[in-house]
Design a protein around this ligand. Structure first.
Ligand code: AMP
Length: 466
């Protein structure tokens, strides 16, 4: 389907999409919407950023509108479960944006805030309830909600819900649902546990797979710098002083680590905010709102807190620490390639983290170009004036491919076997703008500039010395 009107959606919904500026359905929307409208169960393998929320929200709004029966007191007609408060809020917001002019009610419930207001909201019954599993069970245990009227269940980011240990909560919840229902499951990955969940909870589902991780990865300009742990702070501060780091997400593995980074940045005169599970809901919302509005240039986040964060115009992702789960790397750098835009990601990798880097490259099948830390710091500190190369760039060997090790490769290009082995330290070639790509302003939109006129027109990195 090349247009939203082809789905036969209600004019009110089409108007809302026009207001949102959506012209064409994304692949997950084209593939999922007709099946969901037809009442089929669906298992969608898609990550945040593919438009998966609208892929389930639009047909659900349409189906609910076609069955005008109201929800009974203390019940809901649609239950959407997601792993984090941020994701739950964003899903509820999407339902409100797309269905705001329909006579349907939407509520969102998650932990970390008082129960009372949520209880009162549910008392009259709601059409669409978006919830995190723990808080949902609290409300059920307090008899504020019954799931006996649920007609459609959505499990969003199911893999992350399992990672976070929600499996028992999910099992309890699903037992309380009517057997006769429509179930939609979305997951970024398809490990065996998710396949089993799909088998247990879905009935003859349609399977839709979009955007394998490597596709997102290829849209982002990546670099890795090897740097001892104790020098990371200094390097981070230097990078962030660079003008091109306009809106930056910095990732740490732990909550404690995120707070430490914020403190160190503050000492270096850089304003930042942290977002992680130990922060209260209002603190998290404030940090996110400040970042969205551009008041806070740097947001320091842990993987869990960042899931589902949808902020446009993130210019750079900095992995202060590499994730130990390789899929998280893909999610992290995907924050800077939202809705088709391209961005840059730089990873600061200590010696102890090299195994994580190997796992990431194995998953994405894209070698991450290496830039030397001293060069990165010097260049970040200096304005982008023309500078003579410190090491004369070698002439390419005759017959050698332009994209040698470390360069990004075009989709479907075979990666050389030795691509990420051997000595990874090398300096960068100096072109018109001597800084590595991650220090330059990221290109806007889908088209990427091709400053070197290289074969694929994609890589902005070129290692100098093998
Ligand atoms: P999601 O994967 O649901 O988190 O969506 C990622 C982003 O894409 C959100 O900012 C949506 O507003 C946006 N989006 C979703 N569908 C479309 C579409 N068809 N055209 C343009 N943007 C879209």
């Amino acid at each position: 389907m090349s247009s939203f009107s082809d789905f036969g959606l209600l004019p009110t919904i089409l108007d809302a999409l026009a207001r949102e500026g959506y012209d064409t359905p994304t692949p997950i929307q084209s593939q999922a919407i007709p099946h969901v409208l037809a009442g089929r169960d669906l298992c969608g393998i898609a990550q945040t950023g593919t438009g998966k929320t609208a892929a389930f929200a639009l047909p659900i709004l349409q189906r609910l509108s076609q069955q005008p029966a109201r929800a009974a007191r203390g019940t809901c007609r649609v239950l959407v479960l997601g792993p984090t408060r941020e994701l739950a809020s964003q899903i509820a917001q999407s339902f409100k944006s797309y269905g705001g002019r329909l006579p349907l009610s939407t509520a969102v419930v998650f932990g970390g805030v008082p129960l009372g207001a949520q209880q009162r909201q549910l008392a009259h019954g709601v059409d669409i309830l978006v919830a995190t599993p723990g808080r949902l069970l609290d409300l059920i245990d307090r008899r504020a909600l019954s799931l006996s009227g649920v007609q459609i269940l959505v499990l969003d980011e199911a893999d992350r819900m399992l990672d976070l240990g929600f499996i028992h909560a999910l099992k309890r919840i699903v037992k309380m649902l009517p057997r006769q229902r429509q179930t939609l499951l979305f997951s970024a990955t398809m490990p065996r546990t998710i396949a089993a969940l799909s088998e247990d909870y879905l009935n003859d589902p349609v399977k839709v797979v979009v955007t394998p991780p490597a596709t997102t990865v290829e849209r982002v300009d990546q670099a890795v710098t090897f740097v001892p742990s104790e020098r990371k702070r200094e390097l981070l501060a230097t990078l962030l002083h660079g003008q091109n780091f306009e809106r930056v997400l910095v990732f740490t593995r732990t909550k404690h680590g995120a707070d430490k980074v914020v403190r160190h940045l503050s000492q270096a005169g850089i304003d930042s905010a942290a977002i992680h599970g130990n922060k209260s809901q209002p603190q998290r919302e404030r940090a996110l709102a400040g970042f969205r509005a551009g008041h806070t240039r740097v947001l320091v986040a842990t993987d869990i807190a960042s899931r589902g964060i949808d902020v446009e115009g993130v210019s750079h992702v900095v992995n202060f620490e590499l994730p130990n789960v390789p899929e998280d790397y893909v999610h992290r750098i995907g924050r800077t390639a939202r809705a088709g835009a391209a961005g840059s990601a730089i990873s600061l990798c200590s010696d102890e983290e090299r195994p994580y880097l190997r796992d990431i490259e194995k998953l994405t099948r894209v070698p991450i170009p290496v830039v030397a830390a001293p060069a990165a710091m010097r260049l970040a500190a200096n304005p982008p004036a023309r500078r003579a190369p410190e090491h004369p760039a070698p002439q390419p060997r005759r017959g050698a491919p332009q994209q040698a090790r470390g360069g990004r490769q075009g989709r479907g290009t075979e990666r050389p076997k030795h691509a990420s082995n051997g000595n990874r330290h090398h300096d960068m070639a100096v072109a018109a703008d001597p800084r590595p790509a991650f220090l330059r302003r990221p290109p806007q939109g889908n088209s990427r500039p091709n400053p070197r006129g290289n074969q694929q027109g994609k890589s902005t990195f070129q290692p100098v010395r093998p």
